[in-house]
Design a binder for this molecule. Structure first.
Ligand SMILES: [Zn+2]
Length: 288
């Protein structure tokens, strides 16, 4: 298992904010302390060209990253947030490359990306890592890219950017109603939403995930990109999901069984158990 991370991604925070540096720091420590799953650690090194980001975002979004004002009440401005956001994109692109080399790979970075719209940063997200990577994939030879988002919140930004993009299908399983109050219905010809009510029993939630994965299989992707959020966990403080660690293991295992190049990026997940949830998922992806 290759894990892409950069300790500098813990270098920004706002006191009291749920998307805090400990999410990555504690997960890194946890994964380094275990011996069950051999991990190769890699730091994203490349500079990302603006043209790669601008497939997904307007130039105004890039320019706005340098303006020292909060983006919305959930999405603070931080000094150098543009560099942090670009490093997260770089990790996503490195994950894409690793997947194409046949490696099992996970990007353990912040900020997350799936709420960032084409024209606006929002919801703890500044640049949409997964959408940028999916568009890079189709621009460089992928024919059928499936994007699965199992974060408990709808991947509204990813949907906004990937809507009706040729060669891409988007599948999002999320709590609805719930932030950001989108994702009740399918959109366009390629965005498929699987809303789950708050507090839905665990096995029903899991059946919804299985349904999305069945539909994803029908698409016959040649590449699978995963927005891996761990906030559908029963003890997550930000939502009302019911999943257990073994469900994230099962997700990893089921994605592995697709037997196509696969990469996953960290989105949400705010409980203190986040490291164990990521570990369970990685074991599934690695076939352990
Ligand atoms: Zn989330």
């Amino acid at each position: 298992m290759k894990v892409i991370t950069d300790e500098r991604c813990t270098g920004y925070q706002r006191a009291g904010h749920a998307e805090h540096p400990r999410r990555v720091a504690a997960t890194t420590a946890f994964l380094k302390s275990q011996t069950e799953l051999p991990i190769t650690w890699v730091a994203p090194s490349e500079m990302v060209a603006d043209e790669i980001i601008l497939r997904a975002h307007t130039p105004a979004v890039l320019a706005r990253l340098a303006v020292p004002e909060d983006f919305d009440e959930d999405t603070p401005f931080h000094e150098n947030i543009g560099a942090f956001a670009r490093a997260s994109v770089a990790a996503a692109l490195a994950a894409l490359r690793a997947a194409r080399n046949g490696e099992a790979v996970f990007s353990l970075m912040r900020p997350p990306g799936h709420h960032a719209l084409r024209e606006k940063s929002m919801g703890f997200c500044y640049l949409n890592n997964i959408a940028i990577a999916a568009l890079e994939a189709t621009a460089t030879g992928a024919q059928r890219v499936a994007v699965l988002d199992f974060d408990v919140h709808h991947g509204n930004g990813t949907e906004d950017i990937l809507l009706n993009q040729p060669g891409i299908e988007f599948f999002s399983v999320h709590q609805f109603p719930g932030y950001p109050d989108t994702g009740a219905e399918n959109r366009g010809r390629n965005c498929f939403n699987y809303p789950v009510g708050a507090g839905t029993p665990r096995l029903t939630y899991r059946a919804k995930l299985a349904h999305a994965l069945d539909d994803l299989r029908v698409f016959r992707p040649d590449l699978v990109a995963v927005s891996a959020g761990f906030d559908a966990y029963v003890r997550d403080p930000l939502a009302d999901g019911t999943l257990l660690p073994e469900d994230f293991y099962w997700l990893g295992q089921t994605l592995r069984a697709l037997n196509v190049p696969l990469f996953s990026l960290l989105e949400g997940g705010y409980s203190k158990d986040l490291p164990a949830l990521i570990f369970a998922y990685l074991k599934g992806v690695a076939g352990k």
